[in-house]
Design a protein around this ligand. Sequence first.
Ligand code: NDP
Length: 299
Amino acid sequence: MSVYLCGELEPPELEAWLRRLREALPEETIDHDLSRLGPAMVDVAVVANPAPGRLRDLGNLQLIQSLWAGVDRLLGDATLPLDVPLARMVDPAMADAMAETALWAVLSLQRGFFAYQRQQQAGRWQVLPQRRADELTVAVLGLGELGGRVAQRLSAQGYRVQGWRRGGGPLETVLGSSDVVVNLLPLTGETSALFNAARFAAMKPGAGFVNLARGAQVVEADLLAALDSGRVGHAVLDVFQTEPLPAGHAFWSHPSVTVLPHAAALTDPRSAAAVVAANVRALRDGRPLAHLVDRGRGY
Ligand code: NDP
């Protein structure tokens, strides 16, 4: 099979992916140079947010395998071939990394570690109340590959966890009964701008908000207003409307915001190359493909 690796990858990342994929699939031809493969020869495109139109002329394409778990940007490419199966990245190592990030954020909110960081910057010595894990209810929105693992890890740590997925009842009820809200929903038409003024107003006063999914799910001006009014006590944000977060953006210096550079859970070629290889082999051997995206649902 002919495998075309393409997308937004820095040269060292590209080299790492090529090496790992070639090790995992020694019998296949894998290249990032389309002229060497020949557009008509490509069977599989392994993609990391390719520029729109990049897959349009691959006449023999039989599988698009994303290296990223979220496929919202890919699905936004109007030229993406409609009849070619699209698979996303599902890797237990990524779910573990996401669970670590969520646990760090929730623990830090529970024990006031973000507040202590602010106090250090102000040179202030003051002990804050110590809350037990079982005194906090944590909402995990999205109970898929990542949210499911996050919910398990938080529950094992002693938090009261309530999950929310499609058909899970009114979101406002979940928001109103949670001390921390962790967002792990995919970005779709239904979840775009989900976190607006009304949703923040439905949250418990002073609750924590942890967004590890997509920036476009949050109306940033509404979150800033909710932080300024104290409705949201602290926000941990890994994803933003515009990435990288622009210089001078209010989130950078807001005392109640912790910023991460879209690093909550990276795809690691050391484990993820085997996930890609399994799907390429399934295609070659005529077995069912794994982790297919339902384009109608958008995830
Ligand atoms: P999955 O597709 O496995 O799970 C999605 C979950 O969200 C499912 O439980 C699904 O419900 C639920 N859901 C989808 N739409 C709705 C809706 N409208 N209302 C309520 N629930 C809904 O996704 P993953 O867990 O693998 O990934 C989640 C997201 O995390 C990705 O889409 C990506 O955007 C983000 N991500 C962020 C990273 C980072 O570093 N910050 C890294 C990797 C991913 P149901 O169970 O009913 O289908």
